[in-house]
Design a protein around this ligand. Structure first.
Ligand code: NDP
Length: 449
């Protein structure tokens, strides 16, 4: 724990004691605190007003039982979560994750990250996150619907367009948002579009929301490239995952002239030297809900499927981890550095371990943390809320242009803040400090609440 400012060290130890066993949450808090030393030195009012201690304690944590019937008629019980972390800047906002690994520590790490990410967008949204240990893999449509309905039967009383606005995350896409919204509407008898984001276009959704996180990550990298007079043209890119974020990151890399030569799922990775065939990947993953080896099979001899090894062994100029937390280890980072990788941008939340981040920094690899690089998803969710509030809908090109502009501003704010605090070029410091200051100032203004 070397390197933490004395006041921050005490806060970190308290977080560990109060949240025992929540390793991912500790990791996320530590990552932010490591950047805040110069801020506390310059602005003692943040430490004195207990701003940082309050930031580490969610405003509200809800844990509930989710009972449902599977297709055989057997009763199943899962656990549901919603952690409403901080509402100083606006209603709680953040996705729902359905994955067997979900427990309170994962939801808290994601909710904590979300506070700073949402702050960085410059939009009026607080931070929260939720989900369930439900595993959607292999479940029928009817089972997914029954689960979502049961989940919302409890969640509905805690959310609302001015209170808390959930969206998707791992395992929660437009299908699940539809079932959740349908049940909310049924229980409350209100067509309250602004209560959930990630909706379908015919029922209150926004253009570009589906694409936003992946596109936004690539826009962010494009800004990094531009800042050194480069572009995506001719760059080899590796993307992990093949879900929502990964697919639209691949789409935008190809549109900007780069080539994605590998992507993955939890079963392995495919290497496709001519470039991932995106139409085929979408068909396999979005329509058939298939596995990455189905892609390789359908591609014939053009793609090789590799199991039991890391996708980061594939040489590239740019790496975009877009699957899940802690998926890039120190060993993976070393492989990337040795193969000449120059930029790593996190499409997923906290996919790089602290050791990997340290190695990238030491090797001079430009590293963009998720709270900056993947903020395009939640920013476009905020645009969806704006359209819902004004009963308007914008076209694709205008919405995409707004997203690109938001990502450019986040990029510039990170660099300017890093400069101001004596760490030029350090996107981690820039993102943490800029995200922190906006929310901390709002908390100071609102008093001890
Ligand atoms: P999806 O469920 O659409 O896709 C997740 C992908 O990651 C799948 O291909 C999945 O493979 C793969 N994956 C999951 N766990 C592992 C693992 N342990 N090892 C290898 N691959 C794995 O989720 P999203 O694309 O929405 O989310 C991906 C990441 O991006 C998450 O970290 C999420 O928090 C973050 N994010 C998402 C946003 C959004 O708008 N959706 C916004 C900001 C961040 P498999 O199907 O085999 O499990």
């Amino acid at each position: 724990m070397a390197g933490l400012h004395e006041k921050l060290q005490a806060i970190y130890e308290e977080v560990g004691q109060r949240n025992a066993g929540e390793q991912e949450f500790h990791q996320a808090v530590y990552e932010v605190l490591t950047s805040l030393g110069p801020v506390v030195a310059k602005h003692p009012e943040y430490a004195d007003g207990a701003i940082i201690r309050r930031l580490c304690e969610p405003e509200r944590q809800i844990i509930f039982r989710v009972p449902w019937h599977d297709d055989s008629g057997a009763a199943q019980i899962n656990r549901g979560f919603r952690v409403e972390f901080n509402s100083a800047l606006g209603p709680f906002k953040g996705g729902l994750r359905f994955h067997p690994s979900v427990y309170l520590g994962i939801v808290k790490f994601l909710g904590f990250e979300q506070i700073f990410k949402n702050s960085l967008t410059g939009l009026p949204i607080g931070g929260g996150k939720g989900g369930s240990d439900f595993d959607p893999k292999g479940r029928s449509d009817a089972e997914i619907m029954r689960f979502c309905q049961s989940f919302m039967t409890e969640l509905y009383r805690h959310i609302g367009e001015y209170t808390d606005v959930p969206a998707g995350d791992i395992g929660v896409g437009m299908r699940e948002i539809g079932y959740l919204f349908g049940q909310y509407k049924r229980i409350t008898n209100r067509y309250e579009s602004g209560v959930l984001t990630g909706k379908g276009l015919t029922w209150g959704g926004s253009q570009v929301r589906t694409e936003a996180t992946g596109y936004g990550t690539v826009f962010f990298v494009d800004e990094i490239l531009r800042s050194s007079g480069q572009s995506f043209e001719g760059k080899q890119v590796v993307v992990s995952g093949s879900g929502n974020v990964a697919i639209y990151a691949i789409e935008k890399v190809h549109a900007l002239g780069g080539t994605v030569v590998a992507c993955s799922d939890s079963g392995g990775y495919v290497r496709d030297e001519k470039g991932i065939d995106l139409d085929l990947l979408k068909e396999v993953k979005e329509l058939r809900r298939g596995r990455i080896e189905d892609y390789a099979e359908a591609r014939g001899g053009a793609a090789e499927v590799v199991t039991g090894r890391s996708v980061w062994e594939v040489p590239c100029d740019i790496a975009l981890p877009c699957a899940t937390q802690n998926e890039v280890s120190g060993t993976d980072a070393t492989m990337l550095i040795n193969s000449g990788c120059q930029i790593v941008a996190e499409g997923a939340n906290m996919p790089c371990t602290p050791e990997a981040v340290k190695f990238f920094e030491e090797a001079g690899v430009r590293f963009a943390p998720g709270k900056a690089a993947n903020a395009g998803g939640v920013a476009t969710s905020a645009l969806e809320m704006q359209q819902n509030a004004s009963r308007d809908s914008w076209n694709f090109d205008d919405t995409e242009a707004r997203l690109a502009e938001i990502m450019r501003r986040i990029h510039d704010r990170c660099l300017a803040t890093a400069d101001e605090y004596g760490q030029p070029g350090n996107y981690v410091a820039g993102a943490n400090i800029a995200g922190f200051i906006r929310v901390a100032d709002a908390m100071l203004a609102l008093g001890l609440v």
